[in-house]
Design a protein around this ligand. Structure first.
Ligand code: ATP
Length: 400
């Protein structure tokens, strides 16, 4: 069986300026905090009928921070699509556009859904050690690649790990990532920059009752201050998803690439035990657990539990991966025997998505689907007002 990650057969390229009027949506793939994602095909070009792609759209009536994040994500994807920067476990930008109403960009379609859904479908909601090893190797490679480019991902969680048609992973959602200068000496990390006063208040901020209700923390990243997308070797932004957020981000100490290794520890724990290690009854308790509680590693100690323990070290300086990056993680006993240079050729993915969407796309004709612009127009149109006679409470004539 073919197990290499599939590259999109679409004729689009990162430089393609998408024409939204030509694109027809076959289905809604998902809605996030920032954007709406559709499976689309180009109704004019024949080639994309057989190879539809994912289109992410951000409505320009969204908040200015959403728009800033969308433009940032496109920038990152553009960098990842440069011939010298591609990686089999990271997406390639297929095209983008900005109109007065929308920011839109196209990505290869991942038909296998996300790792969270896949885990929940397993017996007891957990993966076996060999399945965990498979996914971790690919995720470590993707993070290694991003870090080498000076990008801290900062939003690792199962919902952001998509499965390609081949069963290999693709990391998605780069709007919370940031550029950090690669340190020339590890000692650089030992001296904290002058803490921003806003961050001194980060803990007290989350203690305050929030006026606005947020949606599920699992899907809604926290961004407490204006995002700084590029900077020095550390960032002070308060970003991430509650259960995956690292102690240094909560403390507002400034953070670096090690936040991704912390999140890798949380992810590995969740894949092994079916729940995250620090989840509390509320945000406050979760953050307290992240800062104070040691993860409970039930069962017989193993290389896998040892890996989790070393990744979930509260002090980033002592965390696995801090000093020498991904190399330290690759050397851990859990990965003994892994041929890191041959991942896409040697390892057979444990789950290959069923081709149910193939059926869908197989039936696609140039006319199939609905216009993405129309979708948003319908959302904006208010529902018709009820007729007076239907409103029995206030209608004095209703009994006549
Ligand atoms: N390339 C893709 N192929 C298939 N489905 C996708 C693809 N990209 C995104 N999706 C689906 O769309 C959903 C929303 O996408 P995404 O997470 O990128 O949006 P977002 O607005 O940035 O979300 P978040 O709230 O995490 O910031 C994802 O959970 C996933 O189910």
């Amino acid at each position: 069986m073919e197990t290499r990650p599939s590259s999109s057969s679409s004729s689009l390229s990162p430089a393609t300026n998408l024409d939204l009027d030509r694109l027809k949506a076959l289905k809604l793939l998902g809605k996030g905090a920032t954007g709406t994602v559709f499976l689309v095909h180009d109704s004019v070009s024949d080639s994309s009928v057989s190879s539809p792609f994912a289109l992410k759209l951000v409505d320009k009536s969204s908040s200015s921070s959403s728009l800033r994040r969308a433009r940032w994500e496109i920038q990152i994807l553009r960098r990842l699509s440069d011939d010298t920067n591609t990686n089999p476990f990271l997406p390639k930008l297929l095209g983008s556009s900005e109109s007065p109403d929308f920011i839109a960009w196209a990505l290869p379609y991942c038909s296998g859904g996300d790792l969270n859904v896949l885990r929940q479908r397993q017996n007891d909601g957990v993966f076996s050690s060999s399945v965990i090893k498979f996914y971790l190797t690919e995720i470590v490679c993707a993070l290694d690649h991003l870090h080498t480019m000076g990008i801290a991902y900062r939003d690792l969680k199962p919902e952001n790990i998509l499965l390609q048609e081949s069963g290999h992973v693709t990391l998605t959602d780069f709007d919370l990532s940031c550029s950090l200068a690669k340190p020339t000496r590890p000692e650089f990390y030992l001296s904290d920059p002058e803490p921003d006063p806003i961050h001194k208040r980060s803990l007290s901020l989350f203690r305050q009752k929030k006026k606005k209700k947020t949606k599920s923390a699992r899907v809604n990243p926290i961004t407490r201050r204006r995002l700084s997308f590029s900077g020095g070797e550390r960032s002070n932004s308060f970003v991430g998803t509650d259960e995956y957020i690292s102690p240094e981000v909560i403390r507002g100490d400034g953070h670096d690439f090690a936040v991704d290794w912390w999140a890798l520890g949380v992810l590995t724990y969740e894949m092994m035990y079916g729940e995250t290690p620090f989840k509390g009854r509320c945000k406050k308790e979760t953050f307290r657990n992240v800062l104070m509680k040691e993860p409970e590693l039930a069962g017989k100690p193993s290389d896998l539990t040892d890996l989790i323990r070393r990744l979930l070290v509260k002090d980033p300086v002592k965390r696995l991966g801090f000093r020498r990056g991904a190399a330290e993680i690759k050397e851990h006993a859990f990965f003994k025997g892994v041929r890191w240079d041959l991942l896409t050729e040697v390892l057979r993915p444990p789950f290959i998505p069923l081709r149910d969407d193939g059926e869908l796309t197989g039936k696609v004709t140039a006319e199939s689907g609905f216009g993405v612009k129309e979708y948003f127009e319908k959302l904006r149109t208010p529902p018709p007002l009820p007729l007076t006679h239907e409103c029995s409470e206030n209608n004095p004539f209703v009994d006549f």
